[in-house]
Design a protein around this ligand. Structure first.
Ligand code: TMP
Length: 205
């Protein structure tokens, strides 16, 4: 089972998943956690290039290609071997991040970004994608209030960029409705954790 977590900045998906994964592990599920961009030493090096605030000259298509390269490396080194070993893989961001951020918000087009990603992933899609949906105003407010979170190059984009990210995600949820489940991330944390747990548990049974 390959599960991905998606959402705009400040949706809280990473903290929610920590709790949910701990609960699932206690029940005996064997889970491999990873994230994108990154997840393996080489992919984490690519992450540095993508997210460094100083890299203001990074071209949009180069950004999309680097993200796809990082994704490929993570698949080959970590995700595919874990799935082969019968583990549940939970990846914090995957192909839909590229479709929403680079395809939608950067304006490269969903189909163009999809095509480079299908090359990178050999059409490996997740079986379940949880979209932690939140209005960008609220998400960005949460980031600003979280002193521990390092601000990256994409956080510095305008509100309109983050609005496009959200709109594209919602569009993708309609297009790929078999694998998408929308979680309302603006609800209180404990409710979001419970809803997320239920969504995953339902699919694992
Ligand atoms: P995060 O680790 O805090 O989620 O940050 C990753 C950042 O990279 C976030 O701003 C979203 C962005 N990103 C893309 O723009 N496209 C992608 O394909 C991925 C995986 C992430």
């Amino acid at each position: 089972m390959f599960i991905t977590l998606e959402g705009p900045e400040g949706s809280g998906k990473t903290s929610v998943m920590k709790e949910v994964i701990a609960r699932l592990r206690k029940e005996g599920f064997v889970i491999e956690e990873t994230r994108e961009p990154g997840g393996t030493p080489i992919a984490e090096q690519i992450r540095q290039v993508i997210l460094q605030k100083e890299n203001t000259k990074l071209d949009s298509r180069a950004e999309a290609l680097l993200l796809a390269a990082s994704r490929r490396q993570n698949l080959v080194e970590k995700i595919w071997p874990a799935l082969k070993a019968g583990k549940i893989v939970i990846c914090d961001r995957f192909i839909d991040s590229s479709l929403a951020y680079q395809g939608g918000a950067r304006g490269l087009g969903i189909e163009a970004v999809l095509s480079i990603n299908l090359f990178a992933t050999e059409s490996s899609y997740p079986q379940l994608t949880l979209l932690f949906d939140i209005p960008p105003e609220l998400g960005l407010k949460r980031i600003a209030a979280n002193a521990n979170r390092e601000i990256n190059r994409l956080d510095l984009e305008q509100l309109s960029f983050h609005q496009k990210v959200r709109d594209t995600y919602l569009q993708l949820a309609k297009r790929f409705k078999d694998r998408f489940v929308i979680i309302d991330a603006s609800l209180p944390l404990q409710t979001v954790i419970e809803n997320t747990y239920q969504a995953i548990h339902n699919r694992l049974l």
